[in-house]
Design a protein. Structure first.
Length: 249
C-alpha cells in the first residue's frame, strides 16, 4: 500500500490555498538544515535520484483527495526532503498540469541538483519555482545546511542562474533563512546580494528560522530588515520581508 500523503491545504500569503503532496520518505535530502521544519538528523543524506513511489501512486493519492474536496489554488510538490531527488518529478508535474490546468504546481528546492539540465527542465514545469539560497559564504553554508559531501555551493548558485535564463513566463522566487551570528553580517549580505543581482529572481523573501535551538538556530529579529535594506540599497531585485514583528518597547 502506498504511503503517499496529502497535507493541507494550507494558506500561503501569495499563492492562496496550497495542497502539500508528500512523495518522498521522511526525510531523504541532500541537506540536513539546522532550521528544517521536518526536523534535524536526516534519515538519509544523498545526491542520487530515486523513484520513491510510482507516479501512478502519487496521482491516485491526489485524485482521492480531489474527489472529496475543493480544488486548491496550488499543488505544493516538495515532499519531506529535496523534491528533485524524486526521479518521477517531471512526469508527475506534467500529469498534474494536464489533469488540473487551473491548479498551479509549485516546488521549493534547495538547488543542489540544478546543475543537471534534465532536473532544470523538470523544475521549469512548475510556476512559480521557489528555491532557497541563504548565503554565498562556504563556512556559513556548511554550518546552516550540513550538506551531502557531493553538494557544491558554487554549482547551486550557477544552477539558479541557469534556471532563471531557461525559464520563460515562469516566476522564480528565492528565499533566505537568516540565523543570528551565522549569515546576518553586512559583508556576507552584500556578497549574497551581488549573487542575487546576477541571478535576477522575480522575488527574494527574507525570513528566519521556523524554530529556535539555542546556540544553533537563533532567529534574527525585526531590526534585521534595516541591515538588509542598507546592504542591498543599490540592487533592484524585489525583496519581501517575513520577519517576526518588532516587540513593543
Amino acid at each position: 500500500m502506498s504511503d503517499v500523503t496529502i497535507n493541507g491545504p494550507n494558506p500561503h500569503p501569495l499563492l492562496g490555498q496550497m495542497l502539500g503532496v508528500d512523495f518522498s520518505p521522511k526525510k531523504v535530502c541532500s541537506f540536513d538544515c539546522v532550521y528544517c521544519g521536518v526536523g534535524m538528523n536526516t534519515t538519509r543524506k544523498t545526491m542520487d535520484r530515486e523513484m520513491f513511489h510510482s507516479v501512478a501512486d502519487v496521482l491516485a493519492a491526489i485524485d482521492a483527495y480531489m474527489a472529496e474536496s475543493d480544488a486548491p489554488d496550488a499543488f505544493f510538490l516538495t515532499g519531506s526532503g529535496e523534491p528533485t531527488l524524486y526521479a518521477g518529478y517531471g512526469e508527475m508535474v506534467r500529469a498534474l498540469r494536464a489533469k488540473h490546468p487551473d491548479v498551479a504546481c509549485t516546488i521549493y528546492t534547495n538547488g543542489s541538483l540544478l546543475s543537471n539540465s534534465e532536473v532544470r527542465r523538470e523544475v521549469a514545469a512548475c510556476d512559480p519555482v521557489m528555491g532557497n539560497l541563504n548565503t554565498v559564504d562556504e563556512g556559513a553554508f556548511v554550518r546552516l545546511s550540513r550538506p551531502d559531501p557531493a553538494v557544491s555551493l558554487g554549482r547551486i548558485i550557477e544552477g539558479f542562474g541557469a534556471l532563471r535564463r531557461e525559464l520563460q513566463t515562469q516566476k522564480l522566487w528565492i528565499d533566505g533563512v537568516f540565523i543570528k551570528g551565522v549569515n546576518d553580517d553586512p559583508q556576507g549580505l552584500r556578497a549574497l546580494g551581488e549573487a542575487l543581482a546576477d541571478i535576477e529572481p522575480d522575488l527574494y523573501v527574507v525570513r528566519t528560522a521556523p524554530r529556535v535551538i539555542e546556540g544553533l538556530s537563533e532567529r534574527v529579529d525585526a531590526s534585521f530588515r534595516a541591515v538588509v535594506e542598507d546592504a542591498w540599497s543599490d540592487f533592484d531585485f524585489p525583496v519581501r520581508f517575513a520577519l517576526p514583528p518588532a516587540t513593543a518597547s
